[in-house]
Design a protein around this ligand. Sequence first.
Ligand SMILES: [Fe+2]
Ligand SMILES: [Fe+2]
Length: 203
Amino acid sequence: MAIDFEKSRTKENLMRAFAGESQARNRYTIAAETARHQGMYSISQIFLFTADQERAHAERYYSLLKSLSGETVIISGGYPIDHSDSLADLLRSAQHNEMEEYEDVYQEFGDVAKEEGFLEAASAFYQIADVEAVHGKRFGKLAEMLENNTYYEREGEGAWMCLNCGHIHRGKRVPEVCPTCRHEKGYFIPVELAPYLECEFMK
Ligand SMILES: [Fe+2]
Ligand SMILES: [Fe+2]
């Protein structure tokens, strides 16, 4: 028997997901500010770039609630508080939240939507879950580089790109300022992060 969307669990799960994505977007823009204050401009940009993707997820879930426009949906849900001045800690928290969405939350929401017969919502949950896994790996890799001090220096040779001008630097450590655009060290990003970003600015 077809379930009325108005009475469905999927309606509530879509609203929970919209709330979660909206909060993730804000947490990442706030973390981007923390990174910027610490002179880590490239990490700040990665947080902002990911925040924009969370906005896109929020928009997708919100669009699936369009038929209920004008109504209020009441939900309960648990949402994280992750305050820290340490970027590595913020990245690890973000990684944890992303993997939780990927492994548990969105798989369950997708299964419920499928059971209830809302196949478009189910596929949105499953597809966005896969993106969250990419986000989780991205944040995890960044955290690891900060924790083992390889973000700016290497034992052997490393390669970095200045995100401001695209200059590639090879060597054991990044220069204090980019020789091409004179922007400070914080604009450099290790090129090995490219597969974790899958975006234009590393190509
Ligand atoms: Fe998301
Ligand atoms: Fe995400």
